[in-house]
Design a protein around this ligand. Structure first.
Ligand SMILES: Nc1nc2c(ncn2[C@@H]2O[C@H](COP(=O)(O)OP(=O)(O)O)[C@@H](O)[C@H]2O)c(=O)[nH]1
Ligand SMILES: [Mg+2]
Length: 189
């Protein structure tokens, strides 16, 4: 069974729509991660709400992935934060080999965690320390320390090292995320 089908069957078909946001800086590997969930004949649609900001969306059955770059020096912040309202889980993709931009990643993460549509909710966050195959890649433990993940007390989170090109590490992370979303939905229902 493919990753996506596994996810859907685990979540239970027929439920209301489940929205997973895939966020991170540009070039971190978000599109590559999303592509791992789809089969060859599935389509990723590009929604372009405005020039210079692009949103990728992939939906099948009751599960939707929405991916966008957290970049543009805040110009498009309102546009992407608009997607925070009805998300059930977040996949935060980090390029572990991009040490220089790790401070920017931390800034974006802190803004995400403080956002009014996120801060009150127990939304699970899955971090992918992606590009683990790169020579310069930091370990997931180092990434977690640099981002201060141990300070996130009010939300379930998990970090997995991944290689989105081969798919390595994605399954472990996604299994964790689906379990969390399932628990969240069963508490609500
Ligand atoms: N070595 C390596 N390259 C990756 C990995 N994931 C993505 N890439 C490459 O990094 C670049 C940016 O990936 P992309 O998915 O477009 O990033 P996005 O801007 O976050 O959507 C592409 O050239 C990918 O092939 C990975 O795990 N390892
Ligand atoms: Mg992309």
């Amino acid at each position: 069974m493919g990753l996506f089908q596994k996810l859907v069957s685990f979540l239970g078909v027929g439920r209301k729509e489940v929205n997973v946001l895939v966020v991170g800086l540009n070039n971190s590997g978000k599109s590559t991660v999303v592509n791992n969930f789809k089969s060859d004949d599935d389509k990723v649609t590009d929604i372009v709400p405005t020039v210079g900001f692009s949103v990728e969306r992939f939906q099948k059955q009751n599960l939707a992935f929405t991916a966008f770059d957290m970049s543009g020096h805040g110009r498009y912040r309102d546009l992407w934060e608009h997607y925070y309202k009805d998300c059930h889980g977040i996949i935060f993709v980090i390029d572990s080999s991009d040490r220089l931009r790790l401070v920017v990643v931390k800034e974006e993460l802190d803004l995400l965690l403080q956002h009014p549509d996120i801060c009150q909710k127990k939304i699970p966050i899955l971090f992918f320390a992606n590009k683990m195959d790169c020579k310069e890649a930091l370990s997931s433990v180092k990434i977690a320390a640099a981002l201060g993940l141990d300070k996130i007390m009010d939300k379930p989170w998990h970090i997995s090292a991944s290689n989105a090109l081969t798919g390595e590490g994605l399954q472990e992370g996604v299994e964790w995320l689906t379990q969390q979303i399932r628990e969240l939905l069963s508490v609500k229902n």
